[in-house]
Write a protein that binds this ligand. Structure first.
Ligand SMILES: Nc1ncnc2c1ncn2[C@@H]1O[C@H](COP(=O)(O)OP(=O)(O)OP(=O)(O)O)[C@@H](O)[C@H]1O
Length: 324
């Protein structure tokens, strides 16, 4: 499919102003603004309980906001909820998959719920089974499926209605790295081939980094930062070089030469601000050599989304994968 040059002129797929929601005296969303262009992937990143699911529930008409306005696919959220529902698909932590039915039966059931003619329903089910590489297991009951296969089927069911906007609430939570990567590929394909807009929530910084055109960090009821992964990383001043010393004397000597930098006497390490460029590294090594200080090891740390998350929310994100 050819990308439409009008995409940039098109109204946003999702826009929201001042969305608010409280449960009892707990303020979950305290005035959220969003602008998500058509055909893009947007990631809402936040720690547990930040209000990510609540945001998806509001934007997908499952829960009403206490205040604020939103337009989804051109429909006013409060006044035209049926129009919103016809344009969106939602895949949540609350998977819609029925374990007793087969994969194909689940898809056909969804086609019935969407009032598709029988033949069209069968055609779409077959195409989705093929696309998600589930054709061979189409006749098997879903109880026999792995977590990754269930997630794929869940996403396929969302696509039966051919939505223009898809909400994915923590789509890969609990999946192994391989299944996660498979789903990432599928999600990227949806955007590239069909131009759908994806609104994704995640606790995985790496997921947001891989998939999203823009990322918003939600914390304590508000969006504390928004931008591309690179823009967010630039919020964090530089990287650092970490030196490890064999004993406290060497560490103390290094502190005298490098000045006001973060030292960890227990770990016998010192953080020197700087990127991993050759001149920076050479300058650090020259200081060590000049003062005859012996360092055991040197590692370069470039800022990543984890640093951003930590700086903005005061908490670390989820453990990062090591299997690249
Ligand atoms: N129906 C409800 N009634 C009362 N409190 C609720 C309800 N739904 C959500 N909350 C509260 O709102 C806050 C935000 O919840 P939400 O599920 O939106 O967070 P989240 O960012 O999606 O977290 P997680 O990553 O754990 O799913 C939590 O403190 C939660 O307990």
């Amino acid at each position: 499919m050819v990308a439409t040059p009008t995409a940039t002129l098109a109204p946003p797929a999702i826009s929201a102003r001042g969305l608010r929601k409280s449960y009892g005296d707990k303020t979950v969303l305290d005035g959220i603004d969003l602008d998500i262009p058509q055909g893009s992937v947007f990631a809402l990143l936040g720690p547990n309980g930040a209000g990510k699911t609540t945001t998806v529930e509001i934007l997908s008409t499952l829960v009403s906001a206490d205040g604020g306005t939103a337009r989804i696919a051109g429909h006013d959220l409060a006044r035209e909820p049926a129009g919103v529902r016809s344009a969106i698909g939602v895949t949540g932590q609350f998977a819609a998959v029925d374990g007793l039915l087969t994969a194909e039966e689940n898809l056909l059931l969804m086609a019935d719920l969407r009032h598709l003619p029988r033949r069209e329903g069968r055609r779409r089910a077959a195409a989705l089974l093929e696309r998600f590489e589930l054709t061979e297991v189409a006749g098997k009951p879903v109880t026999a499926f792995s977590g990754g296969m269930r997630r794929k089927l869940d996403l396929a069911m969302t696509l039966v209605g051919d939505p223009r906007i898809i909400f994915l609430d923590e789509p890969t939570t609990g999946l192994d790295p391989r299944s996660r990567r498979t789903l990432w590929g599928i999600i990227r394909g949806l955007v590239a081939d069909q131009g759908v807009t994806v609104f994704l929530t995640t606790q995985y910084l790496e997921e947001a980094d891989h998939l999203a055109d823009r990322i918003a960090v939600l914390d304590r009821g508000g969006i504390v930062a928004e931008g591309t992964a690179d823009e967010l990383k630039r919020l964090i001043p530089g990287g650092h070089i970490r030196l490890r010393f064999p004993d406290p004397d060497q560490l103390r000597a290094a502190v005298r030469h490098f000045g006001a930098v973060a030292a960890d006497p227990e770990e016998l390490t010192l953080r020197v601000p700087g990127d991993g460029s050759i001149p920076t590294l050479r300058a650090v090594l020259d200081v060590l050599d000049g003062a005859s200080i012996h360092a055991e090891s040197l590692t370069v740390h470039t800022p990543d989304l984890d640093d951003v998350f930590l700086t903005l929310t005061g908490r670390t994100g989820s453990p990062k994968e090591t299997s690249r």
